[in-house]
Ligand binder design. Sequence first.
Ligand code: SF4
Length: 348
Amino acid sequence: MDHRIAAAKAALGKACIVLGHHYQRDEVIKFADFRGDSYRLAQAAAQAEGPFIVYCGVTFMAEGADILSRPGQAVILPDLNAGCSMADMAEIGQVEDCWQHLVELELTSDSGDRIVPITYMNSSAAIKAFCGERGGLVCTSTNAIGAFRWAFAKAGKVFFLPDQHLGRNTGWAMDIPLNEMAVWDPYMPMGGLTADRLRSARVILWKGHCSVHQRFLPEHVDNVRAKYSGIRVLCHPECRWEVCQKADALGSTDKIIKMVEEAPAGTKFAIGTEIHLVNRLAKENRDKMVVSLDDSGCLCTTMFRISPQHLCWALENLLDGNVVNRIVVKEDVKYWARVALDRMLEVR
Ligand code: SF4
C-alpha cells in the first residue's frame, strides 16, 4: 500500500497536494504534504496551486477547502463517511429557528446588528454561510479569542456554535463569568431558556460538543497528577470547562505540539486531545514523557475512517483521470461561507 500511494503521488507531482489533519493515523499522515490543524490546513488549501486537493480529514474541513479553493480545483475526501459528530449537532434548520427566536425577542435583527454569530470551523458549510450573511465569522481553536474580540467590537452579544465547550472556555478566558453565558438546547422549546436569560447573556452557546474531547474528566487530571509528580497537563479547549480549569495550559493542536517540542528534555506531559496526535508526540519527543490524559485513549473514529486504502484509491483514480469523492459546496452557500472564512483568516 505504501509503495502504491508513493508511486501515485509521485506520478501526480505538483498537480495534487495531500493535506493531513493532526488526528490522522500515522499510515496516512506520513503522505501529507502539509500537516496541521483545521486553521493551518485552511490556509494551505487557500494557497494550493495544483488542480487536486486531497484532504485527509473530515467533511467540514474538505468543504472549507472547497470554499477557499480556486475555480478549476477539486477537493477530494478519500472516504465520504469521514464526518464529525460535533458538526452534525447543529443543523441549519435548527440554527435558523434559534435565530428567529432571538429576532422575535428583539435581541437582534435578521442582519445580526446586535448579536454576532460565530461558528467554529467544525460546522457545515450552510452554518458558515449563515454566520457570514449575518455579519459573523468562522473561527478555529487557534483564533477563537481573536474572533470573540472582533465580535465584541461590533456588538454586545456573541452567538457561538456548535461547541459549547470551546465557546465557554473562550468566554472565560476573556473574563466573561459563567452566569453571563447561556446554553441553547435545540431540542427544548425556546432552547430551554427564558427571555430574561437570553437578554442578560453576553454569550449564547449552542449545546454541542466533541465526543472525543468531552470524554476527558476532571478526575483524569487528578489521577495523572497523583501518578506522575510534576507532570504538565495540556488540554484542547474542546474539553469541558471543569477539565480546562485544572489544566496547566490550553491550546489548539498546533499550540500543543509547539509547547511539547519547545519544553526542556525530561518534561512530563499529559495531553487531553485525540490519541493519534498524543502517540505521535510521544514518538517524536523521546527525550520527554508524553501520555494521554485518559488511559483508555480518545480516538476520533470518523477521522480514523480515512485509511491508506482509501487514500490509495483516490490517488490512483486521479491518475486514471477519475475524480472520486469530490466535495462540492453549492454556489449560493459558498458565497457567504467564503465571506465568513475570509474574516477568519484575517483574525489572529
Ligand atoms: S475530534 Fe471531535 S471535533 Fe474533531 S473531527 Fe473528531 S469528532 Fe469532530
